[in-house]
Design a protein around this ligand. Structure first.
Ligand SMILES: [Zn+2]
Length: 167
């Protein structure tokens, strides 16, 4: 069983995202291509989108600025982050991250996302092109995105644990 991630962000963002659930389930490469072409941000070259993989293994995408928790229909996820999608010469993922401060997933969540993409024959990188480490500060409780191996809370200077700690 792949690890499931619960929403760990602020309740007010969750409440707002609940009112504005954006995003679509992607069941084929053609569906993803059609969605990309419909986005106002589509420039004919590439598009970066918010993505989640929901517990049944389905990939969902939403406009980049939307909250992951809205894209996930307020539920848990198996993976979350951003995908950069390119449509030529075929639908493919050219960059991927696990950047989601709503779910703070571990980089290993990419395995599930790769499987979801593989199931609908969309090529993607073997590894995240940008992998992030998230930790909750044991002192102030804030979520931190660890940069350059600096395991110190940016809010209160407390040392952060080496192990992922959102469970
Ligand atoms: Zn702190």
């Amino acid at each position: 069983m792949p690890k499931s991630y619960e929403y760990v962000g602020p309740p007010e963002i969750r409440a707002a995202a609940k009112r504005e659930q954006l995003g679509v389930s992607v069941r084929s490469a053609e569906e993803l291509a059609a969605w990309v072409r419909n986005q106002p941000e589509w420039d004919g070259d590439s598009l970066t989108a918010t993505f989640v993989v929901v517990p049944d293994g389905t990939l969902r995408v939403a406009p980049r600025r939307s909250e992951h928790v809205g894209c996930a229909l307020d539920g848990a996820v198996l993976a979350a982050g951003e995908l950069t999608i390119c449509l030529a010469p075929q639908v493919q993922i050219i960059a991927a991250t696990n950047q989601s401060t709503g779910y703070c997933p571990q980089p290993s969540c990419w395995d599930v996302a790769r499987a979801a993409l593989g199931a609908i024959a969309i090529a993607c990188p073997e590894h995240l092109t940008s992998a992030y480490e998230f930790r909750r500060c044991p002192s102030c409780g804030e979520r931190n995105l660890v940069k350059e191996d600096w395991f110190v809370c940016v809010f209160c200077d407390t040392d952060l644990p080496r192990e992922w700690n959102f469970d």
